[in-house]
Ligand binder design. Structure first.
Ligand code: AMP
Ligand code: ZN
Length: 872
């Protein structure tokens, strides 16, 4: 709205008039010969004007009327022809109306705005008493004024100044059509908030009043019946200023409010009083996975709800907000993907016309359920009315205090509490819906958030801190004790502890039944039924149990030959098919066929899953050939010589292996060590014999790392690292980048050596426990086999007087469905969600959900003492 005396040549039109505060008349022009242009007292005149330049008489008369008007603005010009006018103007504008032209203040809600003096554009082809009246009316009202002679020059002038009011002469269609001129201005973006007035001719008393509709349709806001009374024009302008112009000025301010909403990190949703969605911001779209087009106009009740909320929570919220009170608390929302997302929600009713609730504003951010904080929050759910504002504040302070304590406890430097509160606040907004949350994850998120508002050197330093935190061993989550779930407790205790429940004295006699080394099968001619069966090997639904039967419990060798050939392992290792055959036979023979679960069929199953995952695009694009070969070898050997007992058992029993490996990752260390011992023992089966030293070292390192990753004590560490270093950065890239930048950034994430390590670990971990994601029939068989192995352990623990590591796995009392439900809930769901997000495994996830339902159904039926369903 600047009123700089920028006088410039009009490209298109006739006359381009300067601001009224810097010239004393729209008519201070003089006759100029055709084809020339001149500036006179700051007024530009283009000589192809349709009309001759107005007479000095008009000019003079106006000045005589203006004798005592107040002067506003700088009067810089002087001298020459214009100097006299300036002086006159200064005199005449001194006190004519007493209107002081200055910026005025307006309030929009809590926003305070400064409104600059109003600018008016007069579009009059021809000067007459009407245009003069508006000119002086502007002067009297303290508005700035320009005049344009043609619609084209009007648009040009308008685009330069963005006038609040445009007055278009609609009395003489011989010069231009007022409606067409109005449309021309309306076609420009800045005219959105401009008020346009049509000056229409006075109709004789006997003629009917013409309809205003054509004018409104053309874009006019108002109509003014011609009157050359300056007072009438002034009144009209002042009414406009107090009415439409002020409204438009306030409306314009909302652009900044929406800009803030569009860019803020919290999800914002605005609904009508009857809960129809009117607005969601991009953060909301990102958080919930919907596009705004899918939401706006929908009733909230139409959207799927999460079933994780307390049954009465929605009613409680509605009761609260419909009474005009604010509600805040924790709520599970259902994302478009169907996932539940725990959110901290604040819903505020907004009163409007008639003091009634006209909107509800919901502000949401992901809530992290750390250390069962949900329960605390649920207790702190608040419905606060006017009286409870302070209560609401105190709640906020309480939250912050709690968070700052958390933050301080993890900050060795004891940083300023309030800045930590702020960091925490925005970090929560960044955290994903994954429930895997170790304290270190919280720290990483706080640092991530702090980086956003930090100067570059600090942000870079924090990058290095994050790097260290992501790779150091700080990930063990705090496992909430599950008093109500003995199956989960036993599984956690049994699988995730090793040396902790140690009992000395009862030495476990490690069974090395080498007599199981059956006569090697001749593989040159694979029997046709087996070869045919192996044709389906690439399919996830491949039936490993059929292969087990067809191969007389030698599925690992046969499947290994097929899979290793398809990945070109022999070529990579530069070894012969015969060496590979011999190696596979040796490894397979070193599995205990007497174990119901940890036998070579389990190894073959894990190898099958590993190959399946390696064929997924995102995995293929992340790993190199050495990684693939290492993964296939690791899968093959990962449980070799498994005694069918858990680490806890071996530690409790003080077994040789537990002593050898200091009660730490006993079995996994043994599997890896033995695999290499067996392999290099005899050149006939040494698949590494032609691998150069350097490559062997890298391969060996990768294989050992993967086998050790199958140890369950570090399950949550591996999953957490994967989620934080791969899933979340990938999602962030998807959310923020364009597609070309996207693929580059994604490649950077997945191809870094640290992240490739995490991908390989996750790959073998998922392959190792993929049995709940297999077709139901296979899943049931595996559940039976692992249960049987656990039962056998419990039997032995009892008979040997050892501590019973997993008492629920007692063959007389155990509920297999319950144990499977707990295993899936505790170990499988989050891990496969993360792996699926990376590798895209919809088929597996469907089996998982179907199998889970099966166990649930079975459990419910058992509870009701009904007969179980038979799998189809
Ligand atoms: P691994 O011993 O390498 O096979 O590690 C996987 C762990 O998950 C083992 O401790 C298994 O006993 C356990 N596990 C695998 N599948 C199941 C299942 N369906 N139910 C309970 N535990 C399982
Ligand atoms: Zn295993």
């Amino acid at each position: 709205m600047g009123c700089a005396p920028s006088i410039h040549v009009s490209q298109s039109g006739v006359i381009y008039c300067r601001d009224s505060d810097e010239s004393n008349s729209p008519h201070q022009t003089t006759t100029i010969s055709q084809g020339t242009a001149a500036t006179l007292h700051g007024l530009f005149v283009k000589t192809d004007a349709a009309e001759t330049i107005p007479s000095a008489l008009t000019f003079q008369s106006r000045h005589s009327r203006n004798n005592s008007s107040s002067c506003r603005g700088d009067r810089r010009e002087g001298g020459g022809v214009g100097g006299a006018h300036v002086r006159i103007e200064a005199e005449t504008q001194t006190s004519h109306t007493g209107v002081k032209v200055s910026a005025t203040e307006q309030c929009v809600g809590p926003m305070r705005l400064t409104q600059e003096p109003i600018q008016v554009l007069l579009v009059f082809a021809k000067e007459d008493s009407q245009s003069d009246a508006f000119w002086w009316a502007c002067d009297r009202a303290g508005f700035r004024c320009n005049i344009a002679r043609t619609p084209e020059s009007a648009v040009e002038c308008f685009l330069d100044k963005h006038h609040e009011i445009v007055v278009i002469d609609g009395r003489h269609s011989c010069y231009f059509e007022a409606e067409a001129a109005c449309r021309l201005i309306r076609a420009t973006k800045p005219s959105e908030n401009t008020v346009i007035l049509a000056v229409v001719p006075q109709k004789p008393a006997d003629q009917d009043e013409p309809s205003v509709l054509p004018l409104l349709c053309a874009g006019f806001n108002r109509r003014f019946v011609e009157s050359s009374s300056v007072s009438a024009c002034c009144n009209e302008l002042i009414q406009m200023e107090h009415g439409e112009v002020r409204c438009q000025f306030k409306l314009r301010a909302y652009n900044s409010v929406f800009m803030a909403l569009e860019h803020c990190q919290e999800a914002v949703e605005i609904t009508s009083e009857d809960h129809i969605i009117q607005y969601v911001n991009p953060a909301f779209e990102r958080m919930m996975g919907y596009h705004k087009g899918e939401l706006i106009g929908k009733e909230l009740t139409e959207l799927p709800k999460s079933d994780k909320n307390r049954a009465d929570l929605l009613d409680a919220i509605n009761t609260c907000i419909n009474k005009g009170k604010e509600w805040q608390g924790i709520y599970y929302a259902r994302k478009k993907s169907g996932d539940s997302l725990q959110q901290h929600v604040r819903i505020t009713p907004v009163l409007g016309q008639g003091g009634k609730i006209r909107h509800f504003v919901a502000i949401k951010r992901p809530h992290v359920d750390n250390n069962n904080q949900v329960h605390k929050f649920n207790k702190e759910e608040r419905c606060s009315g006017e009286h409870s504002q302070s209560e609401c504040h105190s709640l906020r302070h309480r939250d912050r205090r709690k968070d700052s304590v958390d933050a301080r406890s993890i900050s060795s430097r004891g940083s300023d509490a309030s800045s930590l509160q702020n960091r925490r606040f925005s970090s929560v907004a960044r955290i994903h819906s994954m429930t895997i949350e170790a304290p270190i994850t919280k720290v990483i998120n706080i640092i991530n958030a702090a980086q956003e508002s930090s100067p570059v050197p600090v942000a870079e330093a924090l990058d290095r801190v994050l790097e260290i935190l992501r790779t150091a061993e700080l990930y063990s989550p705090q496992l909430a004790s599950k008093d109500d779930d003995p199956h989960a407790n036993d599984l956690v205790g049994g699988l995730m502890n090793d040396g902790l429940r140690r009992l000395s004295g009862n030495e476990y006699v490690f069974c090395k039944n080498m007599s199981q080394l059956a006569v090697p099968v001749t593989l040159i001619d694979v029997p046709p039924p087996i070869a045919e069966m192996l044709n389906d090997e690439e399919c996830w639904e491949f039936n490993i149990l059929e292969l087990e039967a067809a191969t007389h419990k030698r599925p690992l060798t046969y499947l290994g030959l097929k899979v290793f050939a398809s990945f070109g392992v022999c070529a990579f290792l530069n070894c012969s098919d015969a060496t590979l055959r011999s190696w596979l036979q040796l490894i397979e023979a070193s599995y205990h066929s007497s174990n119901s679960y940890h036998n070579s069929t389990h190894a073959a199953d894990v190898l099958h899953a590993t190959a399946h995952f390696l064929r997924k695009d995102s995995v293929k694009n992340s790993l190199d050939r050495l990684d693939e070969v290492a993964a296939l070898i690791a899968a093959t050997v990962h449980d070799v010589d498994h005694p069918g007992r858990t680490n806890s058992f071996l530690c409790n029993a003080g077994s040789e292996l537990a002593i050898l490996y200091n009660d730490t990752a006993v079995l996994e260390s043994h599997h890896a060590a033995l695999a290499f011992q067996l392999t290099v023992r005899d050149s006939k089966s040494n698949i590494f014999k032609n691998t150069d030293r350097n490559q062997f070292r890298i391969l060996r390192q990768a294989i050992i790392d993967m086998v050790l990753a199958t140890e369950m004590t570090r399950h949550f560490e591996h999953v957490s690292k994967f989620v934080n270093s791969i899933n979340k950065p990938m999602v962030a890239v998807e959310e923020t980048s364009t597609s070309s930048v996207n693929s580059d950034s994604e490649a950077n994430i997945r191809n870094s050596p640290e992240n490739r390590l995490l991908i390989k670990r996750m790959l073998i971990k998922c392959a190792d426990v993929a049995n709940p994601c297999r077709p139901l029939e296979l899943c049931i068989e595996w559940a039976g086999r692992i249960s049987e192995e656990y039962f056998a352990q419990t039997d032995e623990e009892k008979s040997q007087g050892l501590p019973v590591v997993m008492p629920v796995f007692d063959r007389n009392t155990c509920s297999v469905p319950k144990s499977q439900i707990s295993f899936i809930d505790y170990f499988i769901t989050d891990m496969f969600d993360a792996w699926d997000a990376f590798a895209s495994l919809p088929g597996l996830m469907e089996h998982l959900s179907e199998n889970y339902q099966y166990w649930k159904g079975l459990d419910e039926m058992k509870c009701k003492s009904l007969r179980p369903p038979t799998p189809s």
